[in-house]
Design a protein around this ligand. Structure first.
Ligand code: CP
Length: 317
C-alpha cells in the first residue's frame, strides 16, 4: 500500500478487518518487519490518541519513529503556491516536504481542515503535497476531509461488539461550542457505506455532509426517530459544509446531546465517539460512563488499525 487516506486504499476491507483481529491476538508477531525503517509523524494539529497509538503501532513492527510538531520548534510552513513570502513563514512546504522525505521511509501527516476555504480543504491541499513531493508512502493521521485510522478502528470495534450480522448504526450530530471539521463524520460515513450495515445519519437541517460521503445512507432530521432500534450510536459534532455557510456553527442545541433519554429508544445501543469529547455537550456523563460506552475500546483499537496500515505499507516498500 503506497498511501492510506481513505477506505478505498485498503485492497479488501473484510480481509483488513480479519488482519486486524489476527494482529490483536499478538500485536508483536511482526516485530522485525520494520527493522531499519523510519516513520516520520508530522503534526500540524494537536493529538493525544493518534500520536500515541501510531507510535505504538510503529514500535510493534520494530520501526524507528520521529515526530515533528510543525507549529512547535519547526519553521512555520507556507502551504499556498504563488505567495510572496514576506510574512511570518520562512519555509515553503514544497521544499520542506522532500527534505523530510530524505530522513524517513514512511510519512504520517495530520493536517486538519482550516474551515476558511472549502476548495482548499476538500482538495486536500496539504496532504496531497506530501504525496506529490515526498517520494515516500504517506498516510493520513486525520486530514482535511477524512480520518481513516479512526474509522478503521471504529469498524473493528463494531465488528467486535455487534450482536447481529447487519447492525443498525446511527451517526448523530451533537452540539459543540466551536466550529469543527467534517473529517470524522465524513470518514465514518464512508467506511459505514463500505459495509452492508443499516446506516442512518441524523443532524439538524443545514448540517448536511458532502453528498460523496453521505452516499446511500438514510438521512433523518428527526434525531429520536433515527435512533429508534439503533445498535450503535456514533456521536460527533461537525460544522456546516454547505455553500456560503462552510465551517460555521448554526446550532448549539443541547436537545441533541446524547442522553439516557435518547439511548432509551435504541436497541440497548452501544455509544461511540472518537474522543476527545466534551461531556454534557456531545454526551451526558451517565451515557459515556455506562457499560454500553465503547469510547475506550475504540481508542485501544487505534493501535490495531495503525499496525495493520503500517504493516501493509512496509510490505510495499
Ligand atoms: N480520535 C483522535 O484522533 O484523537 P486525537 O485527536 O487525540 O489524536
Amino acid at each position: 500500500m503506497k498511501k492510506f487516506t481513505c477506505v478505498a486504499d485498503l485492497k479488501n476491507l473484510s480481509e483488513s478487518v480479519k488482519e486486524a483481529f489476527e494482529i490483536k491476538k499478538d500485536r508483536y508477531q511482526f516485530d522485525t518487519l520494520g527493522k531499519n525503517k523510519t516513520l516520520l509523524m508530522i503534526f500540524f494539529n494537536s493529538s493525544l490518541r493518534t500520536r500515541l497509538s501510531t507510535q505504538k503501532a510503529a514500535l510493534n513492527l520494530g520501526m524507528n519513529v520521529m515526530v515533528l510538531d510543525v507549529n512547535q520548534g519547526a519553521w512555520k510552513l507556507e502551504t499556498e503556491r504563488g505567495v510572496v513570502m514576506n510574512g511570518d513563514k520562512p519555509e515553503h512546504l514544497v521544499e520542506a516536504i522532500p527534505v523530510m522525505g530524505c530522513y524517513c521511509d514512511v510519512i504520517g501527516v495530520r493536517s486538519f481542515a482550516q474551515l476558511k476555504d472549502r476548495e482548499f480543504d476538500y482538495n486536500e491541499t496539504i496532504i496531497n503535497q506530501f504525496i506529490k513531493h515526498s517520494g515516500k508512502p504517506v498516510f493520513s493521521m486525520e486530514a482535511a476531509t477524512r480520518h481513516p485510522l479512526q474509522s478503521f478502528a471504529d469498524l473493528i470495534t463494531i465488528e467486535e461488539y455487534k450482536k447481529q450480522e447487519r447492525p443498525k448504526v446511527v451517526l448523530s450530530w451533537a452540539p459543540h461550542p466551536n466550529a469543527l471539521p467534517q473529517a470524522v463524520p465524513n470518514s465514518f460515513a464512508e467506511w459505514m457505506n463500505a459495509t452492508d450495515y443499516e446506516f442512518v445519519i441524523t443532524h439538524p437541517e443545514g448540517y448536511e455532509l458532502a453528498p460523496e460521503f453521505v452516499g446511500g445512507a438514510v438521512v433523518e432530521y428527526d434525531q429520536m426517530k433515527a435512533l429508534e432500534g439503533a445498535d450503535f450510536v456514533y456521536a460527533k459534532n461537525w460544522s456546516t459544509y454547505a455553500g456560503d455557510n462552510y465551517g460555521k456553527v448554526l446550532s448549539k442545541d443541547r436537545a441533541w446531546t446524547i442522553s439516557a433519554e435518547h439511548m432509551k429508544v435504541t436497541n440497548n445501543a452501544y455509544f461511540m465517539h472518537c474522543l476527545p469529547v466534551r461531556r454534557n455537550m456531545i454526551v451526558t456523563d451517565d451515557v459515556i460512563e455506562s457499560p454500553q460506552s465503547l469510547v475506550i475500546p475504540e481508542a485501544a483499537n487505534r493501535e490495531i488499525s495503525a499496525t495493520v496500515v503500517l504493516k501493509n505499507i512496509i510490505e510495499s516498500l
